[in-house]
Design a protein around this ligand. Structure first.
Ligand SMILES: CC(C)(COP(=O)(O)OP(=O)(O)OC[C@H]1O[C@@H](n2cnc3c(N)ncnc32)[C@H](O)[C@@H]1OP(=O)(O)O)[C@@H](O)C(=O)NCCC(=O)NCCS
Length: 156
């Protein structure tokens, strides 16, 4: 089932489908809406974003902060690391294994980018949050907290 998961470009044609994808109300503080993420992506050259498709349906959204993207001018600190900036599976499609499979594809993409040895991510430490999901996948805590979120990383 999960071998049909893919990361696809967002176009004028599929945009409205992606904007309809939502997490559960109790998860809304864990991730920005896709509308906000896509708007931010258009003003940040480090943004690399894709829809997550599974079995012909759009099920989620992922966005990297990838400072190796062409045209990104940032500070030395910003250039140091690649981050999983946004990641969500619509509430209707959660717990089907799509999140894990999409994360695998994101890690595989990240490995193709130059000069990064790890992928960083961060999460809100709250009941029902994604901590277990990330730690089960293989992310480890870095010991840092940034903007109130727990920073984790996985070696590439
Ligand atoms: C976190 C998220 C992306 C996981 O997606 P998903 O498609 O439901 O995950 P999967 O079905 O691939 O789950 C894989 C494993 O993680 C577990 N898991 C998934 N979400 C979990 C959660 N929130 N808490 C604990 N375990 C979770 C699943 O039970 C499964 O475990 P199993 O293999 O032992 O059965 C999804 O729950 C989501 O969008 N959450 C809201 C937004 C969010 O928190 N995003 C992260 C921002 S940092």
């Amino acid at each position: 089932m999960t071998d049909t998961v893919s990361l696809v470009e967002i176009t004028e044609k599929n945009l409205s489908d992606i904007l309809k994808l939502k997490v559960a109300p109790a998860q809304e503080s864990f991730v920005a809406s896709n509308a906000v993420s896509i708007a931010q992506a258009h003003f940040n050259k480090a943004a690399w974003f894709r829809a997550i498709q599974a079995e012909e349906k759009f099920v989620g959204f992922a966005m990297l902060f990838d400072p190796s993207q062409p045209g990104f001018e940032g500070t030395e600190e910003e250039h140091a690391d690649i981050w999983l900036w946004r990641f969500m599976i619509d509430e209707r499609y959660q717990k089907n294994g799509y999140g894990v499979e999409a994360l695998r594809l994101i890690c595989a993409h990240t490995k193709t980018r130059p000069s990064f040895e790890r992928l960083l991510a961060s999460y809100v430490d709250a009941p029902g949050g994604p901590e277990e999901f990330y730690l089960n996948y293989g992310f480890e805590k870095t010991g840092k907290i940034e903007d109130g979120e727990v920073v984790i990383s996985i070696d590439l």
